[in-house]
Design a protein around this ligand. Sequence first.
Ligand SMILES: NC(=O)C1=CN([C@@H]2O[C@H](COP(=O)(O)OP(=O)(O)OC[C@H]3O[C@@H](n4cnc5c(N)ncnc54)[C@H](OP(=O)(O)O)[C@@H]3O)[C@@H](O)[C@H]2O)C=CC1
Ligand SMILES: O=C(O)CCC(=O)C(=O)O
Ligand SMILES: [Mg+2]
Length: 740
Amino acid sequence: MSDLEIVWTKVDEAPGLATYSLLPIVEAFVATAGVKMKLKDISLTGRIIANFPDKLKPEQKIGDELAELGKLAMKPEANIIKLPNISASIPQLKAAIKELQSKGYDIPNYPDSDATPADKEIRARYGKVLGSAVNPVLREGNSDRRAAGAVKQYARKHPHKMGAWSKDSKTRVATMSGGDFYGSEVATTVAAPTNARIELAAADGAVTVLKPKIPLKAGEIIDCSVMSAKALNAFYASAIEMAKKDGVLFSLHLKTTMMKISDPILFGHCVSVFFADVFAKHGATFKKLGIDPDNGLGDLLARIESLPEAEKAAIKADIQAEYAKRPGLAMVNSDKGITNLHVPSDVIIDASMPAMIRESGKMWGADGKLHDVIAAIPDRCYSTLFQATIEDCKAHGAFDPKTMGSVPNVGLMAQQAEEYGSHDKTFELAAAGTVRVVAEDGKVLMEQKVEAGDVFRMCQVKDEPIQDWVKLGVRRARLTNTPAVFWLDAKRAHDAQLIAKVEKYLKNEDTKGLDIRIMAPVEAIKFSLERIRKGQDTISVTGNVLRDYLTDLFPIMELGTSAKMLSIVPLLQGGGLFETGAGGSAPKHVEQFQQEGYLRWDSLGEFLALGASLEHLAQTTGNEDVKVLAETLDEANAKILEDNRSPARKVGELDNRGSHFYLAKYWAEALARRDNSTSLSARFKPLAKLLEENEAKIDAELIAAQGKPVDTGGYYLPDQKKTSAGMRPSKTLNDALASL
Ligand SMILES: NC(=O)C1=CN([C@@H]2O[C@H](COP(=O)(O)OP(=O)(O)OC[C@H]3O[C@@H](n4cnc5c(N)ncnc54)[C@H](OP(=O)(O)O)[C@@H]3O)[C@@H](O)[C@H]2O)C=CC1
Ligand SMILES: O=C(O)CCC(=O)C(=O)O
Ligand SMILES: [Mg+2]
């Protein structure tokens, strides 16, 4: 990597589309200081192509750019801007494979089972692409997510709409009372380096090795826990019953993408329990069709299409009969009849629970109206914080973005910390017995009693990331003079180990005068909410899952969306990973763009990440021009907010492309004003003038492009030329940029 290089990631869906318009602007601006933007493909299709080169034509092949970036992330010179990519569920993976095949890519189908050795090999290769496959590779540091000052100020001045809460709301969280991960967790700190294995000792004495080798370093915390299938099914049945009795919707909130092995199984159990009669009656047919409830009702419906009409109609009638017996299901798209149980990746807890809380504690029903809901979150590790938030809203009403404080987050995630590293250590057990984690010398480090069908999960977190995380938490508390709370539950075995380390490492830091506490999640959320209502800020210092949940929850309340977050990952080796916002890839934005030529994705997250990236580059290289670019971008970002140049939501108004134009305009103006700095101001004066003079014309060209379908030539792998044409419809703007 040369000195002045920034990696920009090629991703999917809405942020992928936005890149077609934004990156050319960024490239043109930073090139004036000699900075090169390197586009690296981490999209779902890019990752598939990289993993299945065997039969591809040379021009179709792409190197494994994710692996390349993973290596770069461990070097001090890393400077990577990471946009959100798809963490694919199996239905998404299959759709992407189909699209690639239709475009002439000779790649294999995803086999439904490990029936043959060849199937097993293909599934293992696709396994590397599935779920949260990117973030754990790039996130070689802990996370620092917060609202930038200007963004918070903007939200206070222009508060987004919040749904009112009623004291009589029937909405609540349903969670398990036992038999879950929370209840079964055991943990230990590794005393000496070893290679551990995971094995199942069945009741009959047979020992099966589940994972032969897990290298463990001294000082790392390991834990394991079990979700009992029996307890889980009983829980689902009772939560569904409860929703029926209360006359509210039933919804399920998991993270099938990030917890890609355990949570699809938990999801599948819910599908089977909700449609229990259908599965009981048609089980044999479903088996023949290869139906796996883990892939959702959508997959089931697609597969029964191959049946003879009469048989298909009978199953559909039984599904309707089951719906009639059950409570209403929360909908993903009521117009299209897509429920919460159709696709495992459609409802993801980090975004879905906050969106529900923002909407008065209601979700959409099949009737296209909002209703109270029982939100099933099986495991108790983190479900309680959502219930506490709901109770707070019932007692005190909706949060007020005009006055509320902020909860920034410092999250532990480096080196595949906690659940990020659990994928290859999570198993659905074929037989009852004891799962043991055994050191090389034969010592049993941890064990769990299991029954057939239970889900065993082991996590690990290394000592170095923990030290870095404690430091980062203290640094943020010091810099902002804000209380910091470590959200750790002494009653959880893993957290108890972590608390011992936090207490130890806090002693290495200068914490004089700082308010640093350790509180269990329920206490921590109550404390933070009480403060937030008084307009006070509280830093949350959390493990990986809470990082994920809280950095959508609070931004969605405070700013309306997590897209506006500053999301920085100071890499352990000194580099920087700059993430754009804290939200996802917004699939529904793509649909709107294709149908109406309107893209409402807000790129503020990208703007902020670029600012942080340039600032980092200026610091590490001492380059004055880069410093000026960073400072002026900061001014432009502030002006975007001040003048409300963020995308609206409807045709005829400013959209994503329009906000990119204003970024260019304001950035050029800020640079042109810098008379004292280098040659940059002279270089940007003509551009600033051009954009100023042509503002109305460019606006008109951008608006004229709206209101009609745009052919992007694909969903998962859009056509470069077509999409670029759709995303850069203003000739005047394109010419102006080319003149720089
Ligand atoms: N870091 C990463 O790489 C992440 C990736 N993902 C992936 O993204 C996909 C979708 O995830 P999902 O949980 O549905 O979350 P999304 O964030 O994509 O969508 C939820 C909603 O948030 C709002 N939103 C999010 N970002 C923006 C933005 N920049 N501008 C305007 N509105 C925005 C939109 O709602 P509205 O307009 O109604 O307010 C959107 O429909 C999945 O494949 C998931 O795996 C998810 C999280 C992080
Ligand atoms: O890694 C993932 O799949 C999603 C991550 C995510 O939602 C987040 O970082 O906020
Ligand atoms: Mg998230």
